[in-house]
Design a protein around this ligand. Structure first.
Ligand code: NAD
Length: 441
């Protein structure tokens, strides 16, 4: 916990609530100032953030800038550009019911004090983008970084109070005991990103206070590769998405479904694509990351025995290194297909055709993302109509979350609620109905 925040969660929340009730966080210029300050923090501490991300995850610098610092800056810039317009009250016509002098509409009200709990895999982006949304919507925020990314957590705890309004924003560092203590408090919204087991704990705690939750969870995001596509280009795009952050991305392609002939071509092209990206020895490449800790390293090493290794398979526990690995001919009942992989291992599962692929996907939990490579508009139409997933991407895995106007979130086991851009304002506000009927009418 930073030194500006009291150690008692009840006192902390009471302090932020007093700020919120004073009305200080509501005006547009307060919100814009906080966002601008957050942007300044990101640009002034690009290097420090990249250092912390490297210490936590061996995150390559280019990746730290692209997917954490610059990603967050773009989201803030987009919000600053459109915030006034997003907050404008919406009108509905009630003249037919209440006469011409009456008016009605909706306005966005801030919720109050919100809690943002972030995970370790993109420990800056997945913390700061929700915080930006909560501030843009005019809330006070308790910020809980992940203890599994300790360098980033410490840096954020040091920096946020130096840039943001400390009466309205507080960072609480720590693990399960600290989060459990926080969760006993009444918040006006809880925004949690992480796994479904903890998601359930958060939702249970929130239920005590009837606090609404956004749960940004994970799961196995499938990729369908249609017969006849350009497998070399498909492999390049798949490998870039899968092996970024050493596969520790919630929307990373988890596994590939394709027919046996396409699988053969794709296997060879994936091996080539990995070499193009990271050279003959990815362990020596400064473009390739590491596994967050030994527990995840051991879990992932245990998944390498499924199917046949096409490329990769090498591991080094001391360095928490797992090579970018492609496994072919994997059966649906093998360990690697039973849980979210969340690491640099890409299984290929053979299916006869699109019907079987759709059935395979629908037999399992609704994924956070579903991807397909196909030249057929009919196939795209069928996948869009016959499957359910948080997001759907044709041709370029993971890119949908960089479009701020698109809602980012899951469905079913992959979560509830969605954010980014205007959707963050909707998440962190109450849309209040308002009816004005003059006395004289
Ligand atoms: P994690 O272990 O860092 O946990 C996330 C947060 O939950 C942390 O702040 C942690 O302190 C807190 N926490 C952990 N145990 C708790 C408990 N018992 N009670 C209360 N709080 C607790 O991260 P993780 O869960 O390992 O993250 C990986 C998962 O998150 C994957 O399933 C991934 O797919 C998912 N994810 C989803 C998204 C998304 O945007 N949908 C993004 C990233 C990760």
């Amino acid at each position: 916990m930073n030194d500006l925040a009291p150690t008692d969660p009840a006192a902390l929340v009471a302090r932020l609530r007093a700020t919120f009730r004073s009305g200080r966080t509501r005006p547009l210029d307060w919100r814009e100032r906080q966002l601008t300050r957050l942007r300044t923090l990101l640009s002034e501490h690009r290097e420090d953030l990249a250092d912390a991300l490297h210490a936590d995850l061996g995150k390559p610098r280019a990746e730290a800038y692209r997917s954490e610092v610059d990603f967050s800056i773009r989201e803030i810039d987009h919000t600053l550009e459109h915030l006034a317009e997003w907050l404008r009250p919406q009108h509905v016509d009630v003249s037919g019911v209440f006469g011409d002098a009456a008016s009605a509409g909706t306005q966005y009200d801030p919720l109050g004090v919100v809690l943002v709990i972030a995970p370790w895999n993109y420990p800056a982006q997945l913390l700061l983008v929700p915080v930006a949304g909560a501030l843009a919507a005019g809330n006070a925020v308790v910020v809980k970084p992940s203890e599994l990314a300790p360098a980033t957590s410490a840096l954020v705890a040091d920096l946020l109070p130096r840039y943001l309004d400390t009466d309205a924003v507080a960072v609480v560092e720590g693990g399960v005991p600290e989060t459990t203590a926080l969760l006993t408090q009444r918040f006006d919204h809880i925004f949690y990103t992480g796994n479904g087991t903890v998601g359930r704990i958060v939702m249970r705690a929130a239920a005590e206070h009837l606090t609404p939750v956004t749960l940004e969870l994970g799961g196995k995001s499938p990729v369908f590769v249609d017969a006849g596509v350009d497998t070399a280009e498909t492999a390049r795009r798949l490998a870039r998405a899968k092996f970024a952050n050493a596969g520790q991305t919630c929307v990373a392609p988890d596994y590939v479904l394709t027919d046996p002939d396409t699988a053969r071509a794709l296997e060879a092209d994936l091996a080539k694509a990995v070499e193009e990206l990271y050279g003959p020895d990815p362990a020596a490449s400064d473009a390739y990351g590491r596994i967050v800790n030994e527990r995840h390293f051991d879990r992932l090493s245990g998944l390498l025995g499924s199917g046949r290794v096409v490329t990769g398979g090498q591991t080094d526990r001391a360095a928490k290194y797992i090579a970018p690995t492609v496994l072919a001919g994997v059966r649906p009942d093998e360990p690697v297909m039973r849980e979210e992989i969340f690491g640099p291992v890409l299984p290929i599962v053979e299916v006869a055709d699109l019907d079987e692929a759709i059935a395979f996907i629908n037999d399992r939990d609704k994924p956070l993302a579903l991807y397909a490579f196909t030249d057929s508009a009919d196939t795209r139409g069928r996948i869009a109509a016959e499957t359910s997933s948080g997001g759907l991407g044709f041709g370029l895995p993971m890119a949908h979350l960089s479009v701020p106007e698109l809602p980012f979130g899951g469905v079913g086991e992959s979560g509830m609620g969605a954010y980014h851009g205007p959707h963050s304002i909707a998440v962190f506000s109450h849309r209040k109905a308002r009816l004005d009927v003059p006395l004289g009418s």
